[in-house]
Design a protein around this ligand. Structure first.
Ligand SMILES: [Cu+2]
Length: 262
């Protein structure tokens, strides 16, 4: 009997030692907080295999009549009057009930994932005394090159709320400077302090899944990880709408939005 008790004690000791070694291998600050402390470092969800991707396509429609584009009054700067090839507002563009210049992006469903940094530069040009493009998207940390193609002074004034505001003049044609944004923000408004009619909007995201509708209202957001998403469509005057959509491997999900004409 004594031998059996000794054997039991030895077995328990070995079990306790084994358990201690196993715990030590995981994260060694001890106590229940250890797993939580190590969790944020786990990069597992970032490993997205493009072979499992699905796509998203859709359109944005306008219920009702597209408002007539307003003429931008550029008479305060004769250089603008001379150089402008298009003096119509970009707020409402579209055709056949479809709406352009709508920013569409994945609002929810990608949390915890990370994606390769964006390559390439996004360009916001000032040409004919308007920002081109009028609505665009870019990534956090990506380079935004702002250029002045006009022989007149522009003053680029970005008014974000989550990022740092900036306000810089470009008095000479051909000038360019670079900016970037540290935080996701939909949308960052741009204006020109010289020409009150100039405006643009940039959607800044920490993932690559966004698009701007063309005048036919269509958009594509491709190579998404399979999953359930909330998709948001933003228009500068008509506000935002969201839709839920499920993306599955090898399939193209469809989603459409309909805004009411003002
Ligand atoms: Cu300007």
């Amino acid at each position: 009997m004594q031998q059996r008790n000794l054997w039991t004690v030895l077995s328990l000791s070995l079990l306790v030692m084994a358990a201690a070694v196993a715990c030590g291998g995981g994260g060694d600050s001890g106590g229940g907080a250890a797993p939580a402390a190590t969790a944020p470092a786990a990069p597992a969800p970032a490993a997205f295999d493009p072979a499992t991707a699905g796509n998203l396509t859709g359109m944005v429609m306008l219920d009702g009549e597209l408002p007539a584009a307003e003429e931008l009054m550029m008479s305060s700067d004769p250089v603008c009057v001379m150089n402008a090839s298009n003096t119509m507002s970009s707020t409402f563009v579209g055709s056949n009930g479809h709406l352009g210049n709508v920013f569409v992006y994945v609002k929810e469903g990608l949390e915890g994932r990370s994606f390769p940094a964006a390559s390439g530069t996004v360009v916001l040009d000032q040409q004919g005394c308007r920002y081109t493009p009028h609505v665009l998207g870019m990534r956090v940390g990506q380079t935004l090159e702002i250029t002045n193609s006009d022989p007149t002074l522009h003053n680029i004034h970005a008014t974000p709320t989550a990022n740092d505001e900036f306000n810089m003049g470009q008095p000479i044609q051909g000038m360019r400077f670079e900016q970037s944004f540290d935080t996701a923000e939909v949308m960052v408004p741009f204006k020109c302090d010289v020409h009150g009619w100039m405006n643009a909007y940039i959607g800044v995201l920490d993932h690559p899944y966004f698009a701007t509708t063309a005048e036919d209202g269509m958009f594509d957001i491709n190579t998404l990880p399979p999953g359930d998403y909330v998709i948001e469509a933003w228009h500068e005057q008509l506000g935002t709408q969201t839709q839920n959509v499920t993306v599955t491997t090898g399939q193209t999900a469809e989603v459409s939005f309909t805004f009411s004409a003002p």
